[in-house]
Every structure is written in C-alpha cells, then in structure tokens.
Design a protein around this ligand. Structure first.
Ligand SMILES: C=CC1=C(C)c2cc3[nH]c(cc4nc(cc5[nH]c(cc1n2)c(C)c5CCC(=O)O)C(CCC(=O)O)=C4C)c(C)c3C=C
Ligand SMILES: [Fe+2]
Length: 506
C-alpha cells in the first residue's frame, strides 16, 4: 500500500487549490481530493495542516519537522501486515462507536431535545451568557417538543437509532473477529441512552488498553462528531485511567473505498428495482444541513467533505457505466438562520418546475434509518415531490448493517490500530513521541479553534399571525396565568378570590 502525505505547515496552501486564506482546512480537503483522483486506488492520502497528521482513516498526532516550503508530498511504502502485529501482547482492544442517540419513547422527546440544545456545539452563547445555556435549552426543548413528538409518533413512537446502532456494533464485532482482531465494541450516544459516559464506565470496567474511537458519521461536522469528541475529550481529561489509555480517533471515513462501493451498490439496486427507465432518474443526494456559519466562520469541513463524498460515489457509479444526472441539497433546517444551501425542499420544487419526472433520494449524512429518513424524506419530501410534478419517487435505504459497509468499518479500525497512542495530556514525553497521540483536543482545535458563538437554531420571535407568533403568544398567556395563580395562592388576593373561586376549601 502506498501512503501519500500532503503536508502543509502553518499557512494557506498555494493557489489554485486555495482561494481563501481562512478556509485553510477546506483547501486541504480539495487538494487531497485532486491528488486522490490522480493516484491509483490503493493509495492512502493523508494531509496535515497544523503539525499533526490526519489520514483518511485515522487521526494521529505526528510531530512533523518544519517544512522549508509550504507544501510537501511524501510517498512511503506501508508493507506491514497490521492484523498480525495486533495480537502480540496482552492488549485488550475496544472500539467506541459514537452516535447521536434518539428518544425511545414519546416521553423521552423533550429531555432528549434538552440534551441536544444544551450542547454548546449546537447553540454556543457568548461567554458572558454561558450560564443561560441550561434555561435556554429548557425553553427551546419545551417549545419544539410538540412538533418533534408528532414526527416520532408517526414513525412508531420513538427513534430506531439505538436498536440499529447496537446491531451495527454487534456486526462490527463479528467482522473484526473474522479478521482475527478480537475486540469489544461499545456504543456511546451524545444525547440519549446509552450515553457516552455509560460506555466509558463499561470500557474501564472491561480493562480496555487500546481504544479506537469511531464516530458513526461518514463526514466530520463540528455539530456531530466534533461535539461527541469534545465530550469525550473532557471525560478523558479528568480520568487517570483514560488519560493513560492508548487511543486513536477516526474522524471521518466518507472517502473509504468500501463505504463508497456500498453506497454505489444501494443506488444501483434501487435504480434497477424501482424505476422503469433507470437512466432517466435524477440521483438526489440529500445531506443533513448545518448553519452556514459553522462552515464559513467556525471552519467546519462538513460541506467540503460532503461534496467530495458525492463526487466519489458518482465516480464509482460512472465506472459501472451509470451516468445519471445528480444533485446535492441540504435538509432538516431548524430555526431562522441561513443553513447550507440549496435546501432540499426548494430544490425538489425547482426540479419539478424544470420538468424532472423521476427522483431517487439518497440520504448521505447518516448510516442508520432515523426520523429524518423515515418521516422527513419518506413522507414530507415525497409528498412535496409528487405535488411539484415529480411522477416517480424512490429512496435509497440507509446502510445499516450492509455487509460491505460493516466489513469496511472493520478494516478502518484495523488500519488505525498501529496509530493508537497514549492520550497523556500532561505527559510531555508522550506528547513528543513519534507514536501518534490521537489527541481529540487538537483535532477539534484545527476545525473550531476560536469557538465563536453559534446561532440559535430556533425562531425566537416573529411579529404577525405566523405559526411561531401564535405559539409564543399562547405560551406568554399561559405564563401570565401561571404567575397570577401563584400570586393568588401565596397572597390570598386577586380575581379568583373576588369571584369566590379561591380558596377551594374554607
Ligand atoms: C439545531 C441544530 C442542529 C444541527 C446543527 C444538527 C446537525 C446534524 N444532525 C444530524 C443528525 C441527526 N439529527 C437528528 C435529530 C435532530 N437534530 C436536531 C438539530 C440539529 N441537528 C434536532 C432538533 C433533532 C431532533 C429531531 C427534531 O426535532 O427534528 C437525528 C435523529 C435522531 C433520531 O431520533 O432518529 C439525526 C440522525 C447530522 C448528521 C447533523 C450535521 C451534519
Ligand atoms: Fe440533527
């Protein structure tokens, strides 16, 4: 196998790949994509932008020597058979799958939403107002809960995420075992059970000595993998056992051949199965959106990774002589701020107006079925498409436990094992060692160094008889009634006393 390392040390990559000094990371992504296209498939392309190495299937902190010019490409040979070296010694290998989590019952919806909105990677307040994070999360979650509950009720009363992620964990364990890498696989959710903290307790109880952290999001975003990794970093930092446990992180894996092939298989199957004239169908990639500020201000690589991911899948399909038209749009916008565009709903309407008759929706940000595939795509977007003049609608299933995909995740874990290193936050010697440290903190710093505030994702106020204003007016009225009630009960005075309604018992 050949490893190509793109090395850019402090400073923008040279033109023409770099058009913006600020989106330094994105340049790296684009450059990496260009280089990958020119190389044979068996090459691993890695890039570094701030002194540590970020390979497609691993993150490792590699103290690189200062470059005499900004960009350097190294080509080395990697001939070691990783799986044989793993089994030497008494290491206990663990794999921690990170995921979002979802409410299992309708009663879980509001507390789940509270956990989500209490996350500073979802709503980041100015430093001075950080103390309001909890009350604000409570407020927004109570406001949003009725709408979310409706959605979860329509998909059977809860999220299928836990069940599917548990099944993926079990299949991954089996696949690793079949590849001679016995490992325990744990699930750590960000906003619902089993919480990441619960998984960590189990990892410590089992005495894991080498841990591979694998977020189940193909593309990295500050709001998903970033948030989970930030949490993990804070847990690790405070725990002596974990500080010394060797670990590495696989931050994103959308460019892996197995994943790309598995996605292409799903698209090819669905095209053949569902449509009379498969070649006339437009392939409609629908990615989960994020607020534009994440990408433009905080440096989230999500958009660049998403675009590259779509290119790679289309390239794979073209190799199979499937040359359909395709497009990418972003769904699930929440709140008043601008999110990544084009929006899925606007795009569907536009395609209908342009006379497109057949669409195949491909959910691409997530590898399990969840509320946004089962409700938003299958119900809302399908209805919109049919109303907009689209006659044939199909949707590619999420990868779930698809064997090519699971086997590729197992390979990603195995390939990352030689890079598992000590966290050792305070250990200077370990920090300077050549063994990659897999520091979550530095990974996050590279994308989100300034930690600017992130926009609130829900509408706070709209004047006029909008749906939001009605909700707010209703809630304000309820609050006023509550205040009056408390006032009457505590003071014994007020309208209800004057009218003889209170006190109830005399
Ligand atoms: C409000 C900001 C949000 C951002 C930013 C965001 C990014 C983001 N989310 C996913 C994947 C999922 N999100 C899910 C649910 C969900 N997400 C938000 C908000 C943001 N997401 C809310 C309020 C909810 C709850 C559901 C709702 O009320 O609409 C889920 C579903 C889990 C389930 O229960 O099935 C997933 C999956 C990605 C990939 C992403 C950014 C890239
Ligand atoms: Fe979300």
């Amino acid at each position: 196998m050949v490893l190509v390392l793109l090395w850019c040390h402090h400073g923008p990559l040279p033109r023409p790949t770099c058009t913006s000094q600020r989106s330094h990371h994105n340049c790296g992504v684009q450059l990496e994509a260009c280089v990958r296209k020119c190389l044979p498939r068996n090459c691993v392309v890695a890039r570094s932008s701030s002194g540590w190495l970020q390979a497609p299937s691993l993150v490792s902190k590699q103290p690189l020597k200062k470059a005499s010019f900004p960009l350097k490409a190294l080509v080395t040979s990697q001939t070691q058979d990783v799986s044989t070296t793993l089994l030497i010694g008494e290491e206990k290998i663990g794999v921690l799958l990170l995921n979002l989590g979802g409410p299992e019952t309708l009663d879980d919806v509001q507390p789940f939403l509270f956990n989500l909105f209490a996350d500073p990677d979802i709503i980041r307040l100015p430093r001075l107002f950080r103390f309001l994070q909890g009350p604000l999360a409570q407020f927004i979650s109570v406001l949003r809960a009725p709408k979310s509950k409706e959605g979860y009720a329509s998909i059977g009363g809860g999220s299928p995420l836990r069940r599917i992620t548990d099944a993926q964990a079990e299949e991954l364990r089996k696949s690793l075992c079949a590849k001679n890498v016995p490992a325990k696989v744990y699930v750590g959710m960000r906003y619902w059970h089993p919480f990441t903290e619960e998984a960590i307790v189990q990892i410590k109880r089992d005495g894991i000595t080498k841990l591979v952290v694998l977020p189940l999001y193909p593309q990295f975003s500050i709001s998903t993998s970033g948030s989970s990794l930030r949490l993990l970093e804070s847990i690790f930092r405070e725990d002596e056992y974990l500080v010394n446990m060797q670990h590495t992180v696989i931050p994103s894996w959308y460019q892996r051949e197995g994943y790309i092939k598995a996605m292409a298989n799903l698209i090819e199957n669905e095209l053949k199965k569902r449509f009379d004239c498969p070649e006339k169908v437009m392939i409609f990639f629908s990615a989960h959106g994020v607020p534009l500020a994440y990408v433009e201000e905080a440096g989230d690589p999500y958009k660049a990774e998403m675009e590259e991911c779509v290119d790679l899948i289309m390239e794979e399909l073209e190799n199979r002589r499937i040359t359909n038209a395709y497009t990418l749009a972003y769904q699930s916008r929440v709140g008043p701020v601008e999110w990544l565009k084009p929006y899925t709903d606007d795009t569907i309407i536009e395609l209908g107006q342009k006379g497109i008759k057949s669409l195949l929706a491909v959910p691409i940000s997530f590898v399990s079925e969840h509320i946004e595939t089962l409700e938003e795509i299958d119900v809302e977007y399908k209805e919109l498409a049919l109303k907009s003049g689209i006659e044939e609608w199909g949707r590619v299933p999420a990868l779930g436990c698809e064997p090519t995909f699971i086997s590729d995740l197992a390979d990603a874990v195995i390939e990352s094992l030689p890079y598992v290193g000590a966290m050792a936050v305070s250990n200077l010697e370990a920090r300077q060692s050549l063994v990659p440290l897999g520091s979550v903190e530095e990974l996050l710093a590279a994308y989100d160094s300034q930690r600017r505030e992130l926009p609130p994702p829900v509408t706070m106020w709209e004047w006029g008889w909008t749906k939001s204003a009605e909700t707010w007016n209703g809630r304000a009225a309820m609050l006023a009634v509550l205040v009056l009630l408390v006032w009457e009960v505590t003071t014994g005075e007020g309208f209800l006393h004057q009218w003889g309604i209170l006190p109830l018992f005399q």
